[in-house]
Design a protein around this ligand. Sequence first.
Ligand code: FAD
Length: 413
Amino acid sequence: MTESFDIIVMGAGPSGAVAASYLARLNYKVLILEKETFPRFVIGESLLPCCMEYLDEAGLIDAVKERGFQVKSGAGFYREDKRCEFFFDDQYTKGWTWTWQVKRAEFDQILAEQAAKNGADLRYGCEVTAVQCSKEKQTVQYKTKDGGLKTAEALFIIDASGYGRVLPRLFDLGKPSSFKARGALFSHFIDVKRTPEASSNIFVHSFNNNSSWIWAIPFSDGTTSVGIVGDQEYIQDMASDGAVQFKEFIRTFEDLNGRFDESSYLFEPRTILGYSVGVKSTFGEGYVLAGNSTEFLDPIFSSGVTFATASGMFSAKLIDRQLRGEQVDWQTEYEDKLRKGIDVFRTYVAGWYNGDFQTIIFTENINPEIKKQICSVLAGYVWDETNPFVKKHDSILATLAQVIRIKEREKTA
Ligand code: FAD
């Protein structure tokens, strides 16, 4: 028997939960098919203030608030003896000034199950294996936990399958990323001697001549996520001895030294390689891609969940309009809009690794107005075109970094 729905959402991560919850609250019949059973592990634990807008609009934020996750009010960047801290209450765009750091297993479960409370039909252990799309209806085949094959149909499908990339694989939509293949090695630790300085916000420390960095993300339960990111070969080498080097290495950072011991690992360090991906197109007849199944750039600015929730919300609103009989221009209203935000972050990610961004933030006297404008980008407000660091992102970082370098050379000459 084929079941019928208005919308089928493939994947119950943040992109799927936001879209499903928003649409279910408008009384659409929404089915969420999720391969795993939540809670399940996924990396990506430090949120950006901008994502609060979408969690709020989707009717999910109160359930997250109840859990009492670690409040995050800023981000610190370090390189050797240089430090630059951003606080989101001192930013250009008028928006959220705080967010959370979350263990994703719990956070994603809260979102998915709140989407279900808001009316979506959430089914765990259901892996989508085949999809057919046409002007009239969309058909999805999925495998249940007990091995059974089922079929469901809908007017519209959202691919929110993240790293599963269901439609990019089935419809050959994948495209290599413009960034080189990097990787990450990470674990969670019992943070035995957390310093007051390290108690709430993420810190990122650049090393290996800007090609690598380490993160520390403290959680409210006294544990911390620590990981390193770098060229794929470097990460593979670090992981090759059972991550013994990794465990030693993280102790060489001033802020991490002495905080963790051998017995404090919550799981053996895990590796993820080659996560940067792109797509040729983000929509088609009867379907749209949201979250990581579209494009994932790099974890440096913690933008993944913000893009996931933003694209989940943008796609849900357009589907609602289309199902109410309005004409939707998916190219300009979805893809171009999404790519605008992605391109802003692309510039900042490139600027992190080529050194321009680091030159600007680690300069001795960063102009406070400039710092506020950059802070809004780091808070995720990448669609605020009144911000010159958004509007002129493709030239402003490189130009400013060049000016700073010239001034610094003149000073030392
Ligand atoms: P996901 O969270 O991946 O959810 C997709 C869901 O789809 C999964 O539950 C999966 O089981 C399900 N699925 C897959 N295939 C199928 C199928 N065939 N059928 C049904 N269901 C399916 N982001 C941040 O915001 N902050 C960070 O600090 C951060 N750090 C990161 C560090 C690293 C090293 C990396 C690689 C990424 C990081 N990210 C971070 C990015 C973040 O992990 C993702 O952007 C985010 O999880 C995307 O959410 P999503 O909803 O698109 O997908």
